[in-house]
Design a protein around this ligand. Structure first.
Ligand SMILES: Nc1ncnc2c1ncn2[C@@H]1O[C@H](COP(=O)(O)OP(=O)(O)OP(=O)(O)O)[C@@H](O)[C@H]1O
Ligand SMILES: [Mg+2]
Length: 263
């Protein structure tokens, strides 16, 4: 049996596309028939609950798992009935914060790592850890990840955060940049950073360029599974292929997006 993929999604900066990338990649792998566990390690925003339409539907969450109120399999949700191979573990809810911090001297980073370790006992082919802004949880989860995808969009602050974040992920075999919400027109007109500039400033190999895609945003706002044909999802499909070792052009999704705009 192959060992599972364990992929960390990170950036110390908020709102750069981490959760979108986590869900997009999880959906691609699940559509290809793999058993995928998407884990929300972002206590503060827990946006994957919204994106997956599971807000207030969970009986248990990662906090219950950490505090041994449930077993790892009890914490799992199937957010999209059409895609049962994609399972989701919700982040701890805020009210549990005190109890968790009392039990774990290292606070949430240590607690979340403990929760993720117990989830790793479950029979999944892919584990995706979606983290929030900040360094501590990504750094704590680095030993549980062979791949880290560091997300950035075109703002200077986000590019700098990607560079800082990647420097902290020591021990992760592959640390790669994912350029999110890429606005090719703004880059062409010199209004926002271009891909090569971003890659250069982050000093990271780039694994995907995900176009700005209003349909993706809309699906997330409504807690719907993004369709495979969306330009952003095509970029995530290419990312999954690249992670599997296939030689896929980096800009395929972008070219399609451009053509569509030209019509
Ligand atoms: N390719 C894209 N096209 C259009 N909108 C996008 C794209 N990627 C992300 N977004 C939007 O950008 C916003 C931020 O994305 P997301 O929540 O994935 O970021 P994040 O880094 O996880 O944020 P946080 O740090 O708060 O967890 C969301 O409204 C999302 O819908
Ligand atoms: Mg997020």
């Amino acid at each position: 049996m192959n060992s599972p993929i364990q992929c960390l999604i990170a950036s110390s900066k908020g709102g750069v596309g981490k959760s979108t990338t986590a869900l997009g990649l999880a959906a691609v792998y699940a559509r290809s028939g793999r058993r995928v566990l998407l884990v929300d390690c972002d206590i503060a925003s827990r946006s994957l609950e919204m994106f997956s339409g599971t807000a207030d539907k969970a009986l248990f969450n990662m906090g219950d798992l950490i505090l041994e109120r449930c077993s790892p399999d009890q914490v799992l949700l199937t957010p999209f009935p059409d895609l049962p191979s994609l399972q989701f573990c919700p982040a701890p809810a805020r009210p549990e914060e005190t109890q968790i911090c009392e039990r774990f001297p290292g606070g949430f980073p240590e607690a979340i790592t403990c929760g993720c370790r117990s989830l790793l006992t479950l029979p999944f082919d892919v584990f995706i850890w979606d983290t929030g802004s900040g360094y501590e949880i990504p750094r704590a989860l680095a030993p549980l990840s062979q791949t880290a995808l560091v997300c950035a969009e075109q703002s200077p602050a986000s590019i700098r955060a990607a560079s800082y974040t990647s420097a902290l992920l020591t021990g992760v075999k592959r640390v790669r940049l994912v350029i999110c919400s890429f606005d090719i027109d703004a880059a062409k007109h010199g209004e926002r950073a271009g891909m090569l500039e971003m890659i250069d400033r982050c000093s990271l190999k780039c694994a995907a360029v995900v176009p700005l895609d209003p349909k993706m945003m809309k699906a997330q706002e409504n807690g719907r599974l993004p369709e495979a044909k969306y330009p952003a999802m095509q970029a995530y499909a290419n990312l999954a292929k690249r992670m599997d070792g296939w030689d896929v052009p980096l800009f395929t999704g972008i070219r399609k997006m451009k053509r569509k705009h030209a019509l």
